[in-house]
Design a protein around this ligand. Sequence first.
Ligand SMILES: [Cu+2]
Length: 381
Amino acid sequence: MKKLFGATSKLVTGIGVWAAFAPITLAGAQITPGGVGMQPANSATAEEVQFFHNVILMPIITVICIFVLALLIWVILRYNSKANPTPRKFSHNTLIEVLWTGLPIMVLLVIALFSFDLLYTEDVTPDGKQVVVRGDGQTVDFVFANDFPASRLVARPEHLQVLVDDGSGARTLSSRTDYSTEGFGEPEIAVTLSAPPPAGAHVIMRGGRSVDHRGDVTLAPTMTLKITGSRWYWNYAYPDFGDFDFIANMAAKEDTTPELYLREVDNRVVVPVGETIRIAVTANDVIHAWALPAFAIKIDAVPGRTNEAWFKADREGVFYGQCSEICGIRHAFMPIAVEVVSRPAFEAWIDEQRALAGMEPMFETDNVKLAQGFAASAAAE
Ligand SMILES: [Cu+2]
């Protein structure tokens, strides 16, 4: 299934059926005036969701619609009272009855196969972990402690990824040719590299059951974002960084561009790129839904209940969504704007927010300016 995904999704991207309808793209905004289809995916999960829609569901729906339409036309032309004045009076046909029961079951099974896989990916927060060891230029044996719960043990070669970073960026090694392994499903997994990594280079071992369609092990969340829907704005809290919180209201018309009016907010949520973010979603008053199309997230915000989801952004930028559960008169005016930034920019932002809340800084970073911060530009005025 994963291999099919890679090959076919490339084909679909190449054909670019949707792209033909989307000539104008706002830089970074992910919103396309007159666009048809989905916003560009910014996570592996979103890519899988779009693959499921474009490659599995759309062709099936199209074939079924054309088939039913053809049947209808055939019946209308061939069996109307003029063309067929004396109808036959039989009421059963075993072959046809088996077919019209059996074929839909097969279609549903094909859909289920892909959809269960996807539902599981979206539902289970990744718990992968990363072990980094510095090479000394001689050692080829490394150990990955397989200390997961029994049902989440690293049990197969695809659950383990080995990378080497010699300072020029991490390079993924390939199993069997670059390294061999022993002990899957046991408390310790021995990793033996075929050649010692250069002295000072980092050997990175990533293990876990959440493996995306690219073969990358998804690591456990580095932070939780607490999201509370209210009539009619969102409240965001950062429990791992001092539990400061803020309200994001829709930006006034004069504070944003015509394209982003109704999408932009006064205080964007800021998250680091490439890290797993756990979101805990609830509501204060009525049911809302936090939806962010570029990450294929849509999760209900229900009073008295906490719903969990997660995402991992591929690229930096600003991504927009909207409340997606009709919640009252200003339902259309509680947009969502998420700013994905680098780790240093994120830490600088965290310290800024902590300062606003009267807390000491947590990180020792220079004051990195947010590249595209609406909040930052508003503050500069
Ligand atoms: Cu709402």
